[in-house]
Design a protein around this ligand. Structure first.
Ligand code: ZN
Ligand code: ZN
Length: 346
């Protein structure tokens, strides 16, 4: 089969590799019907994730059809249409038993396209298939479900739920890329008084408006702290969600939040940020961090199936898998191409 293979920093190829097979009796092999590229894949290609080694097939998001299962798999069978999620779960370890699948100690967690071969391929081996795939309801498109492999639950769990967004809140989302937009979409379910999007790119602020932001701020020419205080009796935001992953955006969130408020970090950070405890210690601020667990995926699947949320709107570009290299070019040049999520199909 063909797969998108990592060959060290800056090096990748769409090339012939061996077909995956059942290794453990809890595995399934899935034919990939739709797959996407994540910002994390770009980090890997920059060399930021050294655990990914030469020869690894990338990708941790897919919708597909089960073609083979191991002897102890019970919940899925050949022919089933499933979501292959970014998080794999052994289902039995201490963390899986408390729904914290991202921290799985039994061989799961974020492993696809990281520690084992991933989904950017014609077929993928999915370990712990019973607890790591989700059946797809009738009438829901591959594209809609595909967005639940990562950005849907990441924005909802790590941004919206960790931030305890509540009715009437002023919510500031710093960063209006796919994760920030997912946070905005999820925040709307809780009827905040207003959602403020902050980003340096005007095209992303425009997308934020379409996803439901009430106010947009470009900090290259406006003072976000002054504007947010101006709309909150001088206090600051109830919830500030960090969705970029650089020190400046995290530090901005701690300046934007009101006393007693929440800062929810959703960005993937590569270098240290400064925690201004000399200002924060007296303000009763709560800061949360987290990797997605995907415990909310069944809830989000119901919201998609009942059309309460529309995740297909993330899809801006479509490619055949044979054009995987071009898809990477378009996705990585998002500032010019305005790509949010690209979808590849056979
Ligand atoms: Zn991802
Ligand atoms: Zn586990």
């Amino acid at each position: 089969m063909k797969a998108l293979v990592y060959h060290g920093p800056g090096q990748k190829a769409w090339e012939e590799v061996p077909d995956p097979t059942i290794v453990d009796d809890t595995d399934a092999v899935v034919r990939v019907d739709a797959v996407t590229i994540c910002g994390t894949d770009l980090h890997i290609l920059k060399g930021d994730v050294p655990a990914v080694t030469d020869g690894r097939t990338l990708g941790h998001e897919a919708v597909g059809t089960v073609i083979e299962v191991g002897s102890s798999v019970r919940n899925v069978k050949p022919g089933d249409r499933v979501l292959v999620s970014c998080i794999t779960s052994c289902g039995a370890c201490r963390f899986c038993r408390e729904g914290r699948y991202g921290q799985c100690l039994g061989g799961g967690g974020w492993i696809l396209g990281h520690l084992i071969d991933g989904t950017q391929a014609e077929f993928v081996r999915v370990p712990f298939a019973d607890t790591s795939t989700f059946a797809i309801p009738e009438g829901v498109s591959d594209e809609e479900v595909l967005m639940l492999a990562d950005i849907g639950p990441t924005g909802y769990e790590v941004g919206v739920l960790n931030g305890r967004i509540s009715p009437g809140d002023t919510v500031v989302v710093v960063g209006a890329g796919p994760i920030g937009l997912s946070v905005i979409m999820g925040a709307k379910l809780f009827s905040p008084a207003r959602i403020v999007a902050v980003d340096l790119a005007d095209s992303r602020l425009e997308a934020a408006k379409q996803f439901g932001a009430d106010v947009t701020i470009n900090p290259s020419r406006e003072d976000a702290v002054e504007i947010v205080r101006g709309m909150t009796d001088g206090l600051g935001a109830d919830v500030a969600v960090e969705a970029v992953g650089v020190p400046e955006s995290f530090e901005q969130c701690t300046a934007l939040v009101r006393p007693g408020g929440m800062v929810a970090n959703a960005g993937v950070h590569g270098v240290p940020a400064t925690l201004h405890l000399e200002e924060l210690w007296i303000k009763d601020v709560t800061i949360t961090t987290g990797l997605v667990d995907t415990y909310s995926t069944p809830t989000l699947l119901k919201l998609v199936a009942s059309h309460q949320i529309d995740l297909a709107r993330f899809v801006t570009h479509r490619f055949a898998m044979a054009d995987f290299m071009e898809a990477y070019d378009v996705f990585s040049a998002a500032a010019d191409t305005h790509a949010l999520k690209v979808v590849l199909t056979p």
